[in-house]
Design a binder for this molecule. Sequence first.
Ligand SMILES: CC(C)(COP(=O)(O)OP(=O)(O)OC[C@H]1O[C@@H](n2cnc3c(N)ncnc32)[C@H](O)[C@@H]1OP(=O)(O)O)[C@@H](O)C(=O)NCCC(=O)NCCS
Length: 182
Amino acid sequence: MQPDVTLQPLNQGLAPALFALTDCNRRFLREWLPWLDQVRTVDDTRHFIESAERMAASNSAPTFAIIHAGDLCGVTGFHSINKPHGTGSIGYWLGQDHTGQGIATTAVRQLITIGFTECDLNRIEIRCAVNNRQSRALPERLGFIHEGTLRQSERLYGRFVDQVLYSLLASDSHASTSGTGK
Ligand SMILES: CC(C)(COP(=O)(O)OP(=O)(O)OC[C@H]1O[C@@H](n2cnc3c(N)ncnc32)[C@H](O)[C@@H]1OP(=O)(O)O)[C@@H](O)C(=O)NCCC(=O)NCCS
């Protein structure tokens, strides 16, 4: 059974709760996300939301709070959208207490539907650090194709890591949006 997940467009009203979630998961998230040291106060989260709102307005690259059973659990959205080429790249994270229930997979499945329908994308990419097993499981569950390894394509706190590139095309989106996803 899929968890009851809704995607809520990020807005400033969410800043205190989003900062609190980030702050109490700092250690967990810092293993794989490069931006934790830039988020020290609720104002930093406000600035992040502002830039996400700007991106959503200018480039139609939406970012959402992941809500499960009324709780803010994490964030998912498009890092960027390339309109002329119809491509977009997805990111996601959860607070550690919300992992292990299929919440991120369900949220990303909804984001993919938004990408192919509302954003008119033809290709969606996900990049994961090679050793980030939990993250790699998402595109693999959702029917993405493993395209290869990008050598040292991300800097994580002073060390370069290789990333695996996954993609899903509109023409093979059936696998992602209608599968059981487990
Ligand atoms: C990446 C991340 C979001 C994955 O979280 P997750 O909880 O493993 O992913 P999901 O919410 O989709 O849950 C999947 C787990 O729930 C289980 N599950 C239960 N019901 C499920 C369902 N209906 N659908 C899918 N999975 C389900 C799966 O078996 C899986 O458990 P397992 O890892 O023990 O096999 C999380 O680890 C995270 O935030 N990490 C830090 C940030 C990060 O790395 N972000 C990605 C950068 S590329």
